[in-house]
Design a protein around this ligand. Structure first.
Ligand SMILES: Cc1cc2nc3c(=O)[nH]c(=O)nc-3n(C[C@H](O)[C@H](O)[C@H](O)COP(=O)(O)O)c2cc1C
Length: 185
């Protein structure tokens, strides 16, 4: 059985935590996954079953290594994409503007794509980032007390995403099985 590659791009750890959770879900389905930081991607020529990218957003953009990865690699396996941001805390998991823009920019057609909410952790941020985040939160109706820390991640959304990925992989491995109608998140 071919392994699945899970790549994450994270700064404060939440996208990494989400990627690890997806890996655990897939492991429970006996699907072997390798996890790696997108800053140090492994051999992309390896025969992967699927590639899952979990990437967070800062100042309106996914991290530079996400763009570099999609610019410099031809994906030889089906892609599943998850974007992590605070904007997504108001959504239902469907791709938000950040994710739609990333997909369009790199002409990506993942078999499933989801925007999931991240974590607000003021004490962790440097002074400037904390002030900027307080401003953004104030403007979008979130908490602006610089001491607060809130995890907005909807773990049911994460588990739904992992379920979609595992069904897709199982279908690929057993193409004679009854086809699934769609793989939307
Ligand atoms: C400096 C900074 C800038 C951010 N900019 C945005 C933003 O533009 N839009 C948004 O929705 N979330 C923004 N966020 C929220 C992050 O996407 C969220 O905290 C996420 O959980 C971070 O993921 P990470 O822990 O993997 O780095 C920002 C967070 C920080 C610290």
């Amino acid at each position: 059985m071919k392994p699945t590659l899970i790549l994450y791009a994270s700064r404060d750890g939440q996208a990494k935590h989400i990627a690890q959770t997806v890996q655990q879900h897939l492991a429970q389905q006996a699907l072997h996954c390798e996890l790696a930081d997108l800053k140090y991607p492994p051999n992309m020529a390896k025969n992967w079953q699927a590639i899952i990218v979990v990437a967070s957003v800062r100042y309106g953009r996914h991290h530079a290594e996400v763009h570099q990865f999609f610019e410099h690699n031809t994906l030889l396996a089906p892609l599943a994409m998850m974007s992590v941001s605070l904007n997504a805390r108001k959504g239902d998991g469907t791709p938000n503007g950040y994710l739609k823009k990333l997909l369009a920019q790199h002409h990506l057609q993942p078999f499933t794509a989801m925007s999931v909410a991240g974590r607000l952790d003021y004490p962790r941020y440097g002074w400037l980032d904390r002030q900027m985040m307080r401003l953004i939160m104030k403007m979008t109706g979130g908490p602006s007390d610089g001491k607060c820390c809130v995890e907005y991640t909807n773990w049911q959304h994460v588990s739904k995403f992992a379920g979609t990925v595992s069904r897709y992989i199982q279908q690929e491995q057993n193409p004679n099985a009854k086809p699934l109608s769609q793989f939307g998140a």
